[in-house]
Design a protein around this ligand. Structure first.
Ligand SMILES: N[C@H](Cc1ccc(I)cc1)C(=O)NO
Ligand SMILES: [Zn+2]
Ligand SMILES: [Zn+2]
Length: 293
């Protein structure tokens, strides 16, 4: 059952999370000409993130940062693992995708052709801020927590499909998955829209309770993609509980995505919206990571 019982730990940790850190990470990722799954840039972005996560988590001392290579293309997924204590064989996953589309446009003086600031540097940057908060507080969960930046989402959820299948085949007990894909463009009145399709309804209710408990004032709606629109669907397909809180309603989604105009400036030039999602992801990881079994 979903329990909320770690307020004493979660509240101060959320308070230490900052929009400016998320903005820094978005800038680092959006600076690549593209993060296409099959380009040299895309492979370099993966290595950049591995190094960034290793540096962020060094002070924790018990975070393992590794890459997961995929067959057929150079971009690797990046995984940060915080090993659990007494329930270590149960795993909580929070994810985002590292790759961007490739516009195949001529490079204009090296100007980024596919910065993917919102789709999905924002989600990866949100994970980086969760990692920083967990590392600085030296948090030790009961269950194992994995932060995953997936390769190759834009070309058919290929990175997360490899990972979800590998976890299923290894019989890994994933108790919950949260996907952050596009979290920084505030296009609608509500702050978050929980996707109804390819997700787990009970876990979505738990997310609403987490928001009510830890994110007062954040307004939640729901919507449906109508298709497998991000990596949560890969985990759902393997029978794992998955959820995706989205930045806006479908109708008011960021119009700049999948173009060279998906810039940080076009997502408002700040990461205040993304911070809400990063805090939700941290609360999800800690409460599910340490709840009573
Ligand atoms: N298809 C998704 C974008 C996307 C995701 C959810 C919704 I609602 C609308 C649009 C994508 O490009 N993910 O990388
Ligand atoms: Zn996309
Ligand atoms: Zn995306």
């Amino acid at each position: 059952a979903y329990a909320i019982g770690n307020q004493a730990r979660v509240a101060p940790l959320l308070a230490r999370m900052e929009a400016k850190q998320i903005a820094r990470s978005i800038a680092g990722l959006a600076a690549f000409p593209d993060r296409f799954y099959d380009s040299a840039h895309g492979a370099r972005a993966s290595e950049w993130l591995r190094q960034d996560w290793a540096a962020i988590s060094a002070r924790h001392g018990k975070v393992l940062v590794e890459t997961f290579a995929h067959a057929g293309y150079p971009q690797a997924s990046v995984i940060a693992t915080i090993a659990g204590s007494d329930l270590a064989d149960e795993v909580v996953v929070i994810g985002a995708h590292l790759d961007s589309i490739n516009t195949h446009a001529l490079e204009e003086q090296g100007a980024p052709q596919a910065p993917g600031a919102d789709d999905d540097a924002s989600g990866v940057a949100g994970l980086s801020e969760v990692l920083r908060a967990l590392s600085e507080s030296k948090y030790r969960p009961r269950r194992t927590i994995k932060l995953i930046a997936y390769a190759a989402e834009e070309v058919g959820l290929r990175g997360s499909q490899d990972l979800a299948r590998a976890f299923r085949q290894a019989g890994i007990q994933v108790v919950g998955v949260l996907q952050l894909d596009m979290i920084n463009y505030k296009g609608s009145d509500n702050d978050m829209y929980l996707l109804r399709d390819y997700t787990n309804a009970e876990q979505n209710e738990f997310l609403k309770k987490l928001i009510a408990t830890y994110l007062p004032g954040v307004r939640v709606g729901s919507d449906a993609c109508g298709y497998a629109c991000s990596d949560h669907a890969s985990w759902h397909a393997e029978g794992y509980p998955a959820s995706m809180p989205f930045e806006s309603s479908l109708a008011q989604a960021n119009p700049h995505i999948h173009s060279k105009n998906d810039t940080f400036a076009n997502s408002g030039g700040q990461a205040v919206h993304a911070l809400k999602f990063a805090r939700l992801a941290a609360a999800f990881a800690i409460e599910l990571g340490s709840s009573i079994p």
